[in-house]
Design a protein around this ligand. Structure first.
Ligand SMILES: [Mn+2]
Length: 339
């Protein structure tokens, strides 16, 4: 039996809100990852089984590598259907935010959500959630929002509504957010959740293959090129990978093609901090991973207008790639001086 972890007051408020409405919008962060899309679809399916008119609206296009999660599921992509998505948001009675902690994480949807006066519910595992939500179910100690959604389902007494599709969506989110249970998952209960999910007859080998071990040829070649030609390592400890627009064009870059690239340097013994910079059309995208005592969430929030978890964080830099790289080297010097 899973221990109850969700605050009773928040749970009661959530149930009262859900009971009182029929139209519910579920949103997740831009560039949805496996956890964002998995938790959104799973909760939506449960709410529909409860008789609610629930709609998942994602800010921008789902990476092709994740489309298998949403097979046979109708969701709305805001960036492709702004008018329709806007109408749904303006007419909804309740907004649920999954897998993000702050309304500026939803790209072009931010303004619509901010100007909506309906109650907003946060269900998330990122640190430091915004205070703008009527209900806050925030559990940074958990592996993933998918695990939290599963616990919410159980603690709400909705477990009988879970089916193979719902269990599969949740399973994918836990798997992708923990590197197949290799990080952010060092406590027994996460395995109890996985065991529960297995009992719904999910096809684990297929989900693993699709979520963790399937890339396009362009992506494989881009990542190989990046490691071979675009990575520098300082003092055998700090790795930096930089891809500019030309690199991306050469390999027909599509969203998701550099997935997990930032993790690769950490497989080298001694490297404890990995940074990846990608030149985007409007800014420089920065992502960081680390090991041990080295925290990257504060680096991303201090220098790159972002945040995340201790060992996995991201942000943006509005300037040239050269300026971003020079800021990175200043940070490295700073860190070396401090220790
Ligand atoms: Mn997550």
């Amino acid at each position: 039996m899973l221990e109850r972890i969700i605050d009773n007051g928040e749970l009661t408020k959530l149930h009262a809100l859900i009971d009182g409405v029929s139209r519910i919008v579920i949103t997740c962060h831009k560039k949805p990852d496996g956890d964002a899309i998995g938790s959104s679809l799973a909760l939506c399916m449960v709410l529909r089984k409860l008789g609610k008119n629930a709609t998942v609206i994602i800010p921008d296009q789902l990476a092709a590598s994740l489309s298998f999660v949403a097979e046979n599921f109708d969701y709305v992509t805001f960036s492709r259907n702004e008018v329709m998505a806007g109408n749904i948001i303006r007419n909804t009675q309740l907004i649920i935010a999954l897998d993000y902690n702050c309304l500026d994480r939803v790209g072009g949807m931010t303004q619509l959500l901010l100007s909506s006066s309906v109650p907003k519910v946060l269900i998330d595992h990122h640190l430091n959630p915004d205070k703008c939500f009527e209900v806050m179910i925030s559990h940074p100690e958990l592996s993933s929002t998918c695990e939290l959604v599963y616990r919410l389902i159980v603690e709400s007494g909705w477990q009988s509504l879970v089916d193979k599709d719902i269990a599969s969506s949740i399973f994918v989110g836990i798997m992708t957010d923990t590197g197949n249970l290799s990080f952010s998952s060092s406590y027994p209960e996460v395995y109890e959740v996985m065991a529960d999910l297995m009992r719904y007859g999910i096809d684990k080998p297929r989900l693993y293959k699709m979520a963790m071990d399937t890339v396009s040829l362009d992506s494989l070649l881009l990542q190989s090129y990046a490691l071979l030609n675009k990575m520098t390592v300082t003092d055998n400890e700090y790795a930096l990978i930089v891809l500019d627009k030309n690199d991306l064009e050469k390999f027909n870059y599509k969203t998701g093609d550099t997935e997990r690239l930032v993790n690769r340097p950490l497989s080298v013994k001694g490297i404890k901090w990995s940074t990846f910079m990608r030149e985007d059309s409007t800014c420089i995208k920065v992502s960081m991973r680390s090991e041990g005592d080295f925290a990257v969430d504060t680096l991303c929030s201090t220098y790159f207008n972002g945040g995340g978890h201790k060992h996995a964080a991201a942000g943006e830099f509005s300037g040239t790639l050269e300026e971003a790289i020079s800021l990175y080297h200043n940070i490295v010097e700073h860190i070396k001086k401090d220790r």
